[in-house]
Design a protein around this ligand. Structure first.
Ligand code: NDP
Length: 429
């Protein structure tokens, strides 16, 4: 990638941006013709994707710049409606690349399918029977989806969880069997659901219980992705704050989000700003990722920050984050939605593990940017600067008026819709 062509990308016109991507060797010249239409979801495809379809719903697609992850350059597709998300991600990535970029470690991708049974009279005995029949259970699961086995994946192991009756919630005891399944490049919901449904009757016969359901678990604790960054204090200086001060304040902000759930939710929401944008652009299931990530944030018994910020022995700021990321590069709408197909191309056709590495890095970068702003100049300065354009559009500005109104708005003390309308009226006069 010839990264230098992407400098000052935000200042370019739409057409210049496409040409910059061509010059940077991120996309091909032929991709630029009729670009917008090619990325649109055709009505016919949309109609087959969901029920009762009446139209499509668009969001802006932008690119996160400066991402250097595991010694590789990336231009990251991000679909989001929120101003400042992409600017914040790109600015974090710019600092972190000067510090050597993000380093990631990705666990072997194993997904979990659950079968829940009730009325198992002797759970201890049933557990022994299940574990004695592990090979047979795996075989039956694999027979239900032979194509994934042919590809080198499939069911790998079986675990049993006994959940005691809970009087407070009026819930009976459940006997739960987890099948650990490798779904390779797919997120694997359909593969897993097919397998667990197929083994349900066998598990009933082994345990004497009644299966109430078989379904994947979105709590993908066996599909974890970790990103780390080490940032020297020389890169952290901001306004009147020294690099050491910014580092220490980021660490404190991180500690606050570890211990206070009210802050942790907002802290993690900021992380998900970046993660959701890439998950969505890549055609993956945002709800699956959101549900799993937030559940992971509660693994200690309290909802806490997903990231961790600390001081290295040499004084660097160290950021690290581990989250479940069962994303895929095939399946669902990934190879159907033109935007998702383009996103994959933009990322250089990554493997699912590589996609995890990109997404977890974007999340950590997003968090770094938010914390750095919060503990120095505050979040509003940068955010409202970008929000000004949305306010201008909401006030009714069109064409050149949008920049005129938003530039004037940024100078005003009260940056709100009323002021934007007032400025627009003045411009029209
Ligand atoms: P699909 O069933 O759409 O596609 C996966 C299929 O892709 C595999 O079965 C395999 O079929 C094929 N494939 C081709 N190449 C590979 C490869 N290298 N590795 C793995 N598979 C490959 O998708 P998923 O099973 O991943 O399911 C994802 C969809 O399910 C998403 O749309 C999600 O929203 C939805 N969903 C999510 C749920 C949840 O999260 N709780 C519940 C239900 C659905 P073959 O081998 O036969 O070619």
């Amino acid at each position: 990638m010839k990264k230098e062509y992407l400098n000052k990308f935000y200042q370019k016109t739409h057409e210049e941006r496409l040409h910059a991507l061509v010059s940077a060797e991120v996309i091909l010249e032929e991709d630029t013709s009729d670009f917008k239409r090619k990325l649109q979801l055709p009505e016919e495809t949309a109609n087959h994707m969901i029920e009762n379809q009446i139209s499509t719903y668009e969001l802006p697609l932008g690119i996160g710049l400066n991402f250097f992850i595991d010694q590789k350059e990336y231009v990251v597709p991000m679909a989001t409606e929120e101003p400042s998300v992409i600017a914040a991600a790109s600015s974090a990535a710019k600092i972190i690349r000067q510090a050597g970029g993000f380093k990631t470690s990705i666990q072997e991708r194993t997904m979990i399918g659950q079968i829940a049974l009730k009325d198992v009279s002797n759970m201890k005995e049933a557990e022994e029977i299940i574990l004695q029949h592990e090979d047979q259970i795996i075989e039956k699961a694999n027979q239900a989806h032979p194509s994934i086995v042919k590809r080198g994946g499939g069911a790998r192991s079986v675990k049993v969880r006994q959940i005691e009756a809970d009087e407070q919630y009026n819930a009976p005891a459940f006997f739960v069997i987890h099948i650990h399944i490798q779904t390779l490049e797919a997120m694997g919901a359909n593969i897993i659901n097919t397998m667990v449904e197929a083994v349900k009757p066998y598990l009933e016969s082994l345990t004497g219980g009644t299966a109430i359901m078989g379904i994947l678990s979105n709590y993908a604790t066996e599909c974890l992705a970790t990103a780390t960054c080490h940032i020297p204090v020389s890169l952290l200086r901001k306004g009147s704050f020294s690099g050491e001060e910014v580092r220490d304040r980021i660490i404190e902000a991180g500690q606050f989000a570890v211990v206070d759930p009210y802050r942790a939710v907002t802290h993690n929401k900021g992380i998900m700003n970046g993660i959701d944008a890439v998950v969505l652009a890549s055609g993956n299931d945002t709800r699956a990722i959101e549900a799993g990530v937030h559940a992971y944030a509660t693994r200690s018994g309290q909802y806490r920050s997903l990231s961790n910020w600390s001081k290295a022995e040499n004084g660097d700021l160290v950021g690290t984050m581990t989250i479940p990321l069962p994303v895929g590069t095939v399946g669902g709408s990934i190879n159907i939605h033109p935007g998702a197909i383009f996103s994959k191309q933009l990322l250089g056709n990554p493997t699912a593990q590589e996609l995890e590495a990109i997404i977890v890095s974007v999340g950590l970068g997003q968090n770094f940017s938010a914390l750095k702003a919060l503990v120095t100049e505050g979040i509003q300065k940068g955010h409202m600067g970008l929000h000004a354009k949305s306010l201008a559009i909401s006030a009714g500005a069109v064409g050149d008026q949008i920049d005129l109104v938003s530039n004037e708005l940024k100078k005003r003390k009260n940056m709100n819709l009323a002021t934007a309308k007032e400025i627009l009226e003045q411009i029209k006069d």
